[in-house]
Design a protein around this ligand. Structure first.
Ligand code: NAG
Ligand code: NAG
Ligand code: NAG
Ligand code: NAG
Ligand code: NAG
Length: 430
């Protein structure tokens, strides 16, 4: 991802055909009912400050963008607790917990001989990486000898993994995906949660990170090979190119559904928005992330209101807790908390009294406004140890991708149609 990210800085914003609002019945009829649904676990991760202050992982990006840390790990992430969504996946007859990530496309598990590196690239005890149970045995469907796995999360200096590529049948939400290409991670810088054994990458084929040859240090676009990630293999398997995610602050209501939206889930009107292409490194454009350009952002306290209509492209990323916006937008939203949230340089994020009044915050997409649940705007599980203040749901990261993370997705049903339509649909859960 590092390579891509470096090239994506000047984001080309494609014209966005904003969808007209539709009636309930018309919309509802167009989103199929999923036959395969799995409940997700919301996990609050406890990480020691020593670990998390030296390393960062894209998922929980709280970044100050100063690149001030010792060895080019771009930013610090000294938060002690973070929220993430996990799903149970069966591979080779065993169950594993994987992180749900729409912001990457590779599905990987940690191999039993994994070598854990510290921020100085020294091999350290594997407990330092705090991974969940190892993958048992080798690739059940055989290794792909001429390829390897090499992924960097969150920008050129982010954590990375090297590994092997191969095949396994995977069972997710009761669907068995035959001969899925997966990776087994053998080496890397990682901050785990002690539970998850890897990641279920629900991103598009354009982001897969398999490389031909055996020398990771030489990897580049010249030896990158795309393969069919889980979303496209599932689409083929089910003859339905749709999946949906319902992330809730309440763990027991969170789901991943393959083939559509679960029958029992009640939603308001769907807004439709095309998934946008992004520029490729050497010209042209392609689909990489679940990217869209919001019509507008709105935030207000009881005292003042701001509406921003000229916005950059954002990606919808279940693997990031916060919404991540350009600095000036993030600053303004954070100053609309009462009392104001304060930027804490050492933590690279905004913190506020845990019982502050958050601003009303809305994201308009496809002609429809989605108001964030005020409860999602303050993260009680992420505290500044020095002050006891809570992190806010809005972070900043300039010169990179902007993100609608879990804070945006909570309380919505997000539908991803990776078929010929290439669109996303969002509706409020009611
Ligand atoms: C894996 O999980 C499924 C469903 O939760 C369960 O039926 C099965 O027994 C589990 N298998 C193992 C090996 O634990
Ligand atoms: C591949 O792995 C090497 C370390 O082995 C790392 O330096 C490099 O940045 C990685 N490349 C990508 C594209 O992740
Ligand atoms: C999907 O379509 C293929 C051929 O068109 C068919 O063989 C298969 O049974 C279908 N699968 C499902 C789950 O409907
Ligand atoms: C979470 O959702 C479940 C099922 O809908 C409900 O029974 C429970 O009361 C909810 N918990 C909270 C804290 O809202
Ligand atoms: C934002 O404005 C609306 C409409 O004026 C108002 O109802 C709401 O209470 C405001 N939000 C906050 C947090 O004061």
């Amino acid at each position: 991802m590092a390579l891509l990210l470096r090239c994506l800085v000047a984001l080309l914003l494609l014209a966005l055909a904003s969808a007209a609002p539709f009636s309930d019945s018309k919309r509802a009829a167009q989103v199929p009912v999923a036959s395969h649904v799995v409940r997700l676990t919301k996990n609050t991760v406890s990480r020691s400050s020593a670990l998390s202050s030296t390393r960062v992982r894209k998922f929980r990006a709280f970044t100050d963008g100063t690149g001030s840390s010792a060895v080019g790990i771009a930013t610090a992430l000294p938060v002690h607790y973070q929220a993430e969504y996990l799903v149970e996946v069966n591979a080779g007859g065993n169950n594993y917990s994987l992180l749900i990530d729409t912001g990457s496309s590779d599905t990987w598990f940690v191999r039993n001989d994994f070598q854990c590196l510290d921020a100085y690239l020294r091999i350290v005890h594997v407990s330092y990486c705090n991974l969940g149970p190892y993958f048992k045995g080798d690739f059940p469907g055989g290794q792909i000898l001429e390829q390897h796995f090499n992924i960097t999360y969150g920008g050129a200096d982010g954590p990375f993994l090297n590994g092997l590529m191969g095949y396994s049948d995977l069972t997710v939400a009761g669907v068995t995906i035959p001969k899925q290409q997966i990776a087994l991670a053998t080496l890397g810088i990682w901050i785990g949660d002690g539970i998850s054994s890897g990641i279920l990458g629900l991103g598009l084929p354009g982001l897969t990170e398999a490389f031909v040859g055996m020398s990771p240090v030489e990897d580049g676009l010249q030896n990158l090979v795309n393969y069919s990630p889980v979303v496209t293999t599932v689409a083929t398997q089910l003859n339905k190119s749709i999946f949906s995610l319902g992330l809730s602050r309440n763990s027991s209501e969170s789901f991943l559904a393959l083939g559509g939206v679960p029958q029992h889930v009640k939603v308001g009107n769907y807004a439709n928005v095309p998934i946008q292409k992004m520029p490729k490194s050497f010209g042209g454009s392609d689909y990489f992330y679940y990217a869209l350009t919001p019509d507008s952002l709105v935030w207000n306290s009881s005292r003042s209101r701001v509406q921003q209509e000229t916005l950059p492209q954002v990606i919808v990323d279940s693997g990031t807790t916060l919404n991540v916006f350009p600095y000036e937008i993030a600053r303004s939203i954070n100053e609309h908390f009462i009392p104001k949230a304060v930027y804490t340089t050492s933590l690279g994020g905004w913190f506020v009294s845990c019982n502050a009044k958050p601003p009303s915050f809305g994201v308009k997409i496809g002609g429809q406004m989605f108001w964030t649940d005020p409860a999602s705007m303050i993260l009680p599980e992420v505290k500044d140890p020095a002050t006891g203040y809570c992190a806010t749901g809005i972070g900043a990261m300039d010169g990179s991708l902007y993100i609608l993370g879990d804070v945006f997705m909570q309380g919505l049903v997000a539908v991803f149609d990776v078929g010929p339509n290439m669109e996303m649909r969002f509706a409020k859960r009611i």
